[in-house]
Ligand binder design. Structure first.
Ligand code: SF4
Length: 321
């Protein structure tokens, strides 16, 4: 199965998209915050990023969902700084600030090709949203040099649907979070009052592009979507609202990844709401409700005290090294 971006590359469309995305940074509306700053002239908006791509690292990742990580790992590229910045973010060391090195499109293209050479099943771009212009320019370059593995767009779900439209054909697999089913929780934990009104249409557009199922070859996803939801402590009702929104607005055929690994980050240790892990009862309630609603593909996890949040201050942020 040929990745969609190859056709865009052959027709010169990938290069045009990179140009369009770069122009959006002149009056930045790459994400729903719509800061309207001129990032190419060095102005900074909420994400704190200028015109350059800040890379934290790229590595084979063995902790994504099985069809994404497979046996050889996802080729994960961690970009720095996030446009959402949840107070509890498990990647807070790189999402709450720009921690990494400036790379150009040739560096990034070289990284994509090296992950492919290492056998990774895909390029798994984590929070590429504010870096989309540089990412697509690098993809154009890498495609010309032999990149053939699928592109995974791994995002917070807080996306500008008009920008998601520009990813049509460029992204093979969407891996969006769907964090909140009500704007009160979104405001409380991520300081945005309009999460749902952007996440729902963005998700609809993703499904329009790649369908609501997962196309697999030998157990590895090649095209489609997995919607992720991290259950927060004491917020089961938020999780149920997320499920209802997806059922009502999208489909129960989308694969869900219901995540149990919430771990309080150091700033939230002892916090009255967020200072604990979730319980087995909370997790089971959400999974059972998803099954009752008719979601038939669910990636589930054990509830365990042994989950470790990644540590991006280490050379190897994950336990597998
Ligand atoms: S990408 Fe950054 S500057 Fe642009 S709208 Fe989003 S937060 Fe603001």
């Amino acid at each position: 199965m040929k990745p969609g971006y190859q056709r865009l590359y052959e027709q010169g469309i990938l290069n045009e998209r990179a140009g369009t995305l770069a122009r959006l940074m002149r009056d930045c509306t790459l994400c729903p915050r719509k800061c309207r700053v001129d990032r190419l002239s060095g102005e900074r908006g909420f994400c704190g990023l200028g015109g350059s791509v800040i890379l934290n690292r790229g590595l084979p990742h063995h902790g994504e969902e099985p069809p994404i990580s497979g046996s050889r790992g996802a080729g994960t590229i961690f970009f720095s700084s996030c446009n959402l910045r949840c107070s509890y973010c498990q990647n807070y060391q790189i999402s709450h600030r720009a921690k990494g090195r400036v790379v150009d499109s040739k560096d990034l293209s070289g990284l994509m090709l090296s992950l492919q050479e290492r056998g990774c099943h895909n390029i798994d771009a984590v929070t590429a949203t504010p870096h989309l212009a540089g990412f697509s320019e690098a993809l154009d370059d890498a495609c010309g040099k032999g990149l053939t593995i699928p592109i995974v767009y791994n995002s917070s779900g807080y996306e500008n649907p008009e920008v998601v439209m520009l990813l049509d054909g460029m992204v093979d697999l969407y891996l969006p979070d769907f964090k909140y089913g009500n704007d009160n929780d979104a405001r409380l934990f991520s300081s945005v009052g309009d999460y749902c009104s952007f996440a729902v249409p963005a998700l609809k557009e993703m499904v329009r592009q790649v369908g609501d199922s997962l196309d697999m070859v030998d157990g590895i996803a090649r095209r489609g979507i997995i919607v992720r939801h991290l259950i927060l402590p004491g917020r089961v009702e938020n999780s149920l609202q997320v499920l209802r929104l997806i059922k009502r607005n999208i489909s129960t055929s989308v694969s869900l990844s219901i995540m149990s690994q919430y771990t309080p980050i150091p700033a939230l240790e002892g916090h009255p709401l967020m200072g604990r892990r979730i319980t087995e009862e909370e997790y089971e309630r959400v999974v059972n409700e998803a099954l009752d609603m008719g979601f038939d593909t669910i990636f589930a996890q054990e509830v365990s005290d042994n989950h470790m949040a990644p540590d991006f201050d280490r050379d190897t942020p994950f336990l597998w090294g």
